[in-house]
Design a protein around this ligand. Structure first.
Ligand code: HEM
Length: 174
């Protein structure tokens, strides 16, 4: 069987190259744009963490909310959850603790890998990228990870690509 990372590499490349993601990575997002991105992250983390993750050290909702609060108190209004994010959160909300694991792999390893580079590039303290014990949290995912998850992880990538697409559309039209 093809290793999971290899079987999802094409979609990873596609997600990585989304214009909104490129702007984030290059440090080109304004505070309001990054705020909108965090609102979408918070929605995804909330649904997943309500179902449950394999390690408490993975959970991001509290730290994302702190990052949102920081930008909020800097004078930004509460933004709505985008339609593409609602579609993903509705899909996630129907999964049980085992079925949600491929999405834990996708969304939490995304923050861990490249996270330290992102942290430097975003207009925020970036608490979302700080893990108390990253190795332990990572191992909790590695222990349950299966190559059979490829289709489900790729489906998750499609949802996230749609979110990056909508983020770019709504921010460039502002
Ligand atoms: C600027 C954008 C991004 C960069 C630069 C980036 C970079 C990386 C790097 C360097 C790795 C480690 C690869 C390795 O172990 O050799 C990685 C892994 C990973 N990334 Fe990204 N990434 C980006 C965006 C994303 C996005 C948007 C997602 C999904 C939401 C994502 C999901 C993942 C996952 C799940 C892994 C773990 C793969 C594994 O080891 O099994 N990444 N990324």
């Amino acid at each position: 069987m093809i290793p999971l990372k290899e079987a999802t590499a094409e979609k990873h490349k596609q997600a990585e190259r989304m214009p909104f993601n490129i702007r984030m990575f290059r440090g080109q997002l304004g505070k309001e744009e990054y705020f909108l991105y965090l609102v979408q992250q918070a929605e995804i983390f909330k649904v997943i963490e309500d179902i449950g993750t394999p390690h408490k050290g993975l959970d991001r909702l509290a730290s994302v909310q702190a990052d949102i609060q920081e930008l909020n108190t800097a004078g930004f209004p509460q933004e709505d959850v985008l339609e593409s994010t609602k579609a993903y959160s509705q899909y996630l909300s129907k999964l049980n603790a085992e079925q949600v694991l491929p999405h834990v792999y996708l969304n939490y390893l995304a923050i861990m890998f490249g996270g330290q580079m992102m942290k430097k590039a975003v207009p925020s303290t970036g608490r979302m990228y700080d893990f108390e014990n990253m190795q332990e949290a990572l191992q909790a995912v590695r222990r349950v990870q299966k190559d059979e998850w490829a289709d489900e992880v790729n489906k998750g990538f499609d949802y996230l690509i749609a979110i990056f697409d909508e983020l770019e559309k709504v921010t460039v039209s502002q």
